[in-house]
Design a protein. Structure first.
Length: 92
């Protein structure tokens, strides 16, 4: 994976405030890679840096999406941050 792409994705994700989320597509767009939402998901799935809040990135349909520590952990963290979730879907 291109290190410039990684840096841009991590930079965007690192700026998502607690209690807020972005979709994989929104992250891709903000990083300057408009059609790379799937690649964003792949990058974040491999992330092991706890300083990058990849749990704050969701699917464009509002569903939780993947997380390298498991979907239930992602839901738990998001709820602790104040994100409303009903039936595995983010309420924006």
């Amino acid at each position: 994976m291109n290190s410039l792409f990684l840096k841009k994705v991590y930079n965007v994700v690192g700026k998502i405030p607690k209690g807020q989320v972005l979709s994989y597509g929104e992250v891709a767009q903000r990083a300057g890679f408009f059609k790379a939402s799937r690649a964003v998901g792949n990058v974040l799935n491999k992330n092991r840096d706890c300083m990058i809040p990849c749990h704050r990135v969701i699917r464009s349909d509002g569903k939780i999406g993947g997380y390298n520590k498991g979907k239930n952990k992602k839901i738990s963290i998001l709820r602790k941050e104040g994100v409303k979730i009903i039936k595995d879907k983010i309420v924006r």
